[in-house]
Design a protein around this ligand. Structure first.
Ligand code: F0G
Length: 459
């Protein structure tokens, strides 16, 4: 018999979970004002809110924690990390930051000014937030296939070259400080960008004198998809693919809480010394001295080790395989999801799941609340709440996709947990016809409202 698949690791430390009752959850979610961010973690059985900083570190990473050098300047942990970034990504200049959005803050402070245009593939919300905060505009140039959840396309994170060139033609070069390629593209479903697309976007950028950059949070997951889906890369190893990917860009912002499998950390990586010098000033101002950037030495060491583990094929096969497994279970129950499944999460199509709930009543958030009540499972809305209001008109922006994201932390849950999640959603699917009212906003903040918004149920 052919041997079945099994994870390439075993579990050394466990964290007990509490299984609550539906009655308890009804009370807790009311108290949380129907915002899942307001729940205490003990009130959650399976937490798929995010894959960011929630993974399990290996014992090699924990030993790096012990080896951490806590010197203010010139820490050996910094040099270990800098060497790893240079070796893996081929980027000679490097600034550590406390997480991904801090890297955005540092780099954008050096490069983006009021009135600028920043094209890319569905910028992540903090990225867009940092662009809009500087009174610049993010333009989404993702291919149209990405907004059809049922259409299978191997690289739904790709940038539409015509849309991108349109932006380049419409605006003067000085107004476009960069083009951001998000690998994988979180907002459109953890969907990868092909090497061919990266290469072509890079060439187009160079033609117009614009700097291509990565939002690299899930670069290794992107490389895995290139290996298994793109012709010509079947036999390349992940690290070769990563090197080639980065060879087409001039720099990157990184949230290490994803593919570097650490609980905190990020960085800016750059090819150009001049930009590095400019950004360094902001790093010192916002993050800390250049050799620690808002992190402890131990965090830097764990990150260096995590980058190596995160770019290992067998690890990626297990990680992305688990995401695909949840996707298959849901498809077996006919639950509408974004296909193919992405790298870090399964995205449930809430428009199709709850068609009787009006879009003004936040379909994806309504589904997220139902899932919590059903099984104590916490997902996150990637829809109208996240899309926020138009900065000019203050009207709700209704995105093309209204999704419930089930993000899987790395090396944390077992496939039994995945079965529990799938069954919880299947139970809601069976009674979906009866769900016809959603939620209304009671209070919200002017920017990034989804973190703190307070809602109530419409009776
Ligand atoms: N870019 C992408 C593509 C992201 O997914 C995130 C974070 C960031 C940048 C910001 O990084 O959190 O370290 O400051 N995404 C998390 C998520 C929060 O749940 O998807 P950060």
């Amino acid at each position: 018999m052919e041997l079945p698949y099994a994870e390439p690791y075993k579990i050394k430390v466990v964290e007990p979970l509490y299984r609550s009752t539906r009655e308890e959850r009804e009370k807790w979610i009311r108290e949380a004002r129907y915002n899942l961010f307001n729940l205490r973690s003990e009130q959650v059985f399976i937490d798929l809110l995010t894959d960011s900083g929630t993974g399990a570190m290996s014992h090699y990473q924990w030993s790096e924690v012990m080896l951490g050098d806590e010197s203010y300047a010139g820490s050996s942990s910094f040099f270990k990390l800098k060497a790893t970034v240079e070796e893996l990504l081929g980027m000679p200049y490097f600034l550590p930051t406390h997480q991904g959005r801090a890297a955005e803050n540092v780099l954008f402070s050096a490069l983006i000014k009021s009135g600028d245009i920043v094209p890319g593939n569905s910028h992540f919300d903090t990225t867009k937030g940092h662009i809009e905060y500087r009174k610049a505009r993010a333009v989404d140039c993702t291919i149209d296939e990405a907004s059809n959840t049922a259409e299978s396309h191997p690289f739904k994170g790709n940038i539409d070259l015509e849309k991108l060139e349109d932006v380049f033609k419409k605006h003067p070069r000085e107004k476009i400080p960069m083009c951001i390629i998000t690998v994988t593209c979180n907002t459109s479903g953890g969907q990868p960008v092909s090497m061919e697309n990266i290469r072509e976007v890079s060439a187009l950028c160079k033609k117009y004198g614009i700097m291509p950059l990565f939002d690299a949070a899930r670069f290794a997951e992107n490389a895995y998809f290139i290996k298994i889906r793109e012709k010509g890369y079947e036999n390349a190893n992940i690290r070769e693919i990563v090197k080639e990917m980065f060879s087409y860009v001039d720099g990157a912002t990184m949230s290490s809480k994803k593919d570097a499998i650490v609980n905190i950390g990020g960085f800016v990586a750059l090819r150009d010394k001049e930009i590095f010098d400019k950004a360094s000033v902001f790093n010192i101002m916002y993050e800390g001295y250049l050799t620690y950037g808002g992190l402890a030495g131990r965090d830097l060491g764990a990150m260096a080790q995590g980058l190596k583990e995160g770019t290992d094929f067998h690890y990626l096969e297990s990680r992305i395989g688990q995401v695909a497994y949840l996707g298959e279970l849901l498809q077996n129950y006919n639950v509408p999801i974004q296909v193919p499944t992405g790298g870090h999460a399964v995205f449930v199509d809430a428009k199709k799941f709850l068609p009787n709930v009006p879009k003004e009543e936040y379909q994806a958030q309504t589904l997220a609340i139902e899932l919590y009540l059903e099984g104590g499972v916490r997902g996150v809305e990637i829809g109208t709440l996240l899309a926020d209001r138009c900065p000019k008109t203050r009207e709700n922006r209704y995105p093309r996709l209204e999704l419930l994201r089930l993000a899987i932390p790395r090396r944390t849950y077992t496939n039994n947990h995945m079965e529990y999640v799938a069954t919880s959603l299947a139970n809601i699917w069976q009674r979906r016809e009866k769900i016809n009212r959603g939620l209304r906003i009671v209070s919200e903040k002017p920017i990034m409202r989804h973190f703190t918004v307070e809602l109530e149920k419409i009776k």
